[in-house]
Write a new protein. Structure first.
Length: 368
């Protein structure tokens, strides 16, 4: 089925949410409200009837509740489906949305493997609909400004970069049954936490070419890692370090890129505004002016970009090859960490065990 034609400005997109927990009520619902002139929430899906009823009260009149995704898609025929369920459900729910003709915006990770991702890509081709993954840090004005400066050459050639997600999660956090397990979360902090920062690093620096990595399970009783580190070479020649941890009492999210004419640095935790970005000019270089406006990174900013793409009838940002590149980075990091080998971009293909599962069926890391 082909994607629906673009609605007129007087006909908002019909949207539905799948999952009504904290991420949907706290982030997706405010984003929908911020663009209420362009998108209307008409339905919500949740297997928990009590939670669904609570969300309907929060969302207001006109939101029909369903406990079954298929029933909702058949009855409502939404133009856009926003997915905020646990990771193991993402691929199949996104696939169902695409096959119904709707665009999808799904929380990370969009899929738990490259094989699953390529199945979604085939569904996009067949339906004409698109699936985007929520990487909201790309969409703040600070990130847009930094990318423009780097890509235009204003800062000179990127040389050295650091990407750090050092967070803290206790045993109670991993007591939630689906966390820390390959089949239900897809991995540890490499997939569930640090992916936001290194997605932004890739967004700023472009294609990566090779990874050498390590991972360990140092504290938590999980199937997956609780810390990983990587050395990365980019196509432009830059070298980077990437750290993903849930063992760090002093929590911070940080990206630093040293270019010929300036160092650009972002320091925040779960979201950034212009004040979280700093530029240090090289000796003799001119200072860098700030962005003209201050738009914080948020689901609201990303949803606006997706709606713009829908209005224009073009692929939305955060989808297609861009989204696959970030997932391939995760798979390559795991493969390098578990095998001790350098992994190059493009080498994980059908037939490679790391194509179908992030653990690659490695005997020390495969599911228990």
């Amino acid at each position: 089925m082909q994607s629906r034609s673009t609605p007129t400005p007087t006909s908002p997109l019909r949207a539905a949410v799948v999952g009504t927990g904290a991420i949907v009520s706290g982030s997706h619902l405010p984003a929908l409200r911020a663009d209420a002139d362009r998108v209307e929430l008409v339905a919500a899906v949740d297997v928990d009837a009590t939670r669904l009823a609570e969300f309907q009260k929060l969302a207001g009149d006109g939101v029909t509740g369903y406990q079954d995704l298929t029933a909702m898609l058949e009855a409502e025929r939404p133009d856009l489906v926003l997915i905020g369920t646990p990771p193991a459900l993402h691929q199949q729910q996104t696939l169902a949305a695409l096959k119904s003709g709707a665009w999808a915006l799904c929380e990370k990770p969009l899929t738990l493997s490259l094989a699953e991702y390529d199945e979604l890509a085939a569904a996009e081709e067949a339906t004409g609909a698109y699936a985007s993954v929520v990487f909201q840090h790309r969409y703040g004005s600070g990130a847009v400004h930094a990318r423009d400066l780097i890509r235009s050459g204003t800062l000179g050639t990127p040389r050295v970069a650091h990407c750090q997600t050092t967070w803290h999660r206790d045993a109670a956090y991993f007591a939630v049954p689906w966390r820390g397990r390959w089949a239900s979360e897809g991995g540890g902090p490499t997939m569930g936490h640090g992916i936001h920062q290194y997605d932004l690093l890739l967004h700023l620096l472009g294609d990566w070419t090779e990874i050498r990595a390590m991972a360990a399970r140092l504290v938590h009783d999980t199937e997956s890692e609780d810390v990983s580190t990587a050395l990365v070479r980019f196509d432009n020649g830059a070298l980077a370090t990437v750290v993903n941890s849930v063992l760090s009492p002093d929590e911070v999210s940080r990206i630093r890129i040293d270019c010929d004419r300036a160092t650009v640095e972002l320091t925040h935790l779960y979201g950034h505004s212009n004040t979280d970005w700093t530029y240090t000019p090289a000796p003799g270089a001119t200072s860098i002016p700030p962005p003209a406006t201050d738009t914080p990174s948020s689901h609201t900013a990303q949803l606006g970009a997706l709606l713009d793409a829908h209005d224009q009838g073009v692929r939305p940002p955060g989808s297609g090859p861009e989204a696959r590149r970030t997932l391939e980075f995760a798979a390559a990091l795991y493969k390098s960490a578990f095998t001790g080998e350098t992994v190059r971009a493009g080498e994980i293909a059908p037939g490679d065990p790391y194509y179908s599962a992030m653990h690659g069926n490695h005997p020390e890391w495969s599911p228990k």
